[in-house]
Design a protein around this ligand. Structure first.
Ligand code: ADP
Ligand code: MN
Ligand code: MN
Ligand code: MN
Length: 337
């Protein structure tokens, strides 16, 4: 007997990589093996030397096919078995390892937008719906578009064993959010990539496209982000550590902005619940700051912070690497670990 393994990988498209996948039939009892693909069709290799290697890094049940079938998230290697230049996971793992003793947790809020017939789901042909105000966490056919897809995606993530922690309708019609975490930096990023693949795959069944475009509609409509909630063991027990992390993020603000997703300047305008990309700030309860300290965290004098800057199209391997590197090194230097 055999089972189906859907190999999923991240391609080399610039400036925002896309997901690819293909199926391998594997003998029962065998682990999904190392495999390969044509890198000349994914912006990862020239035609004359087109082979790239797929190395499985995270395997989970396939909730779409069911049975013994699996999803196999893979990282891309060159044929000498070194990481491909587009392999951002390979750049995260040594940083995560270096600061593993600080026990970093991440919860990422993935916002996205459904499109059908070239416009957001719920937008009328050739025009605009009523202005924003009632869509966020709304209910009813006049406010909510695509809920059956969202519910199917949530069930699929749960069946796959992903650490999905919630869903909600967003501020613009056709816009939604799911959250993954809390989990460590590598685990949260692996699971977010698989959850994104499941989103595209399930929306396909409904003939709807899901997009992570950070600003899908210009004008007075919210963009789509990937707010990244973060804590270390020290932050979960000390307010000084929370402030150290917020200050450290300010020191490296430009480096973080550069790694938080293409077209971030279009989303972080200072309007629509964002802080301007060029001015770093942090504050308690402040959804207009770059980094928010939740009010409960100030009361408890411990907990986590929310970096509100990452775009919906950000690479979670890059975002978690930057945050761990910046905050954990600062906490270490301050003697607060
Ligand atoms: P918001 O109020 O900004 O919409 P959400 O409820 O959508 O926040 O998301 C918060 C995320 O933060 C969840 O994924 C949650 O699991 C995560 N989270 C909660 N506590 C921590 C923590 N101590 N460290 C890191 N992430 C956390
Ligand atoms: Mn949220
Ligand atoms: Mn949101
Ligand atoms: Mn948030």
């Amino acid at each position: 007997m055999t089972y189906k393994a859907e190999y999923i990988w991240i391609d080399g498209t610039e400036p925002t990589a896309r997901l690819r996948s293909k199926t391998k039939i594997v003998a029962d009892g065998a682990e999904p093996p190392t495999w390969g693909f044509d890198g000349s069709s994914t912006n990862q290799a020239p035609g004359k030397a087109s082979d790239c290697v797929l190395k499985p890094v995270f395997v989970c049940p396939d909730p779409i096919r069911g049975g013994d079938d699996v999803l196999v998230l893979s990282e891309v290697l060159l044929t000498d078995m070194t990481p491909h230049p587009t392999n951002t996971r390979a750049k995260l793992t040594p940083v995560a390892e270096r600061y593993a003793d600080q026990d970093s947790w991440f919860g990422i809020e993935q916002e996205y937008t459904f499109f059908k017939d070239g416009r957001p789901l719920g937008f009328p042909a050739g025009g605009f719906p009523a202005p924003q105000g009632f869509y966020y966490c709304g209910v009813g056919a006049d406010e909510v578009y695509g809920r059956e897809i969202v519910e199917a995606h949530l069930d699929a993530c749960l069946a796959a064993g992903l650490a999905i922690s919630g869903i909600n309708a967003e501020v613009m019609p056709g816009q939604w959010e799911f959250q993954v975490g809390p989990a460590g930096p590598v685990a949260v990023a692996d699971q977010l990539w698989v959850a994104r693949w499941l989103l595209y795959r399930i929306a396909e069944e409904f003939e709807v496209a899901a997009t992570l475009d950070p600003k899908p509609v210009k004008g007075d409509w919210n963009g789509a982000g990937a707010h990244t909630n973060f804590s270390t063991q020290a932050m979960r027990s000390s307010y000084d550590a929370i402030i150290t992390a917020c200050e450290a993020l300010g020191e490296k603000a430009q480096e973080h902005i550069a790694g938080y997703g293409a077209d971030i300047q279009h989303r972080l305008t200072g309007m629509h619940e964002t802080a301007p990309w060029s001015e770093y700030s942090y504050g308690v309860s402040n959804r207009g700051a770059s980094v928010r300290i939740p009010w409960q965290v100030e009361v408890d004098k411990q907990g986590y912070i929310e970096d509100r800057r990452p775009n919906a199209n950000a690479d979670p391997y890059v975002v978690t690497r930057l945050i761990v590197d910046t905050c954990c090194s600062a906490l270490e230097k301050a003697g607060q670990v």
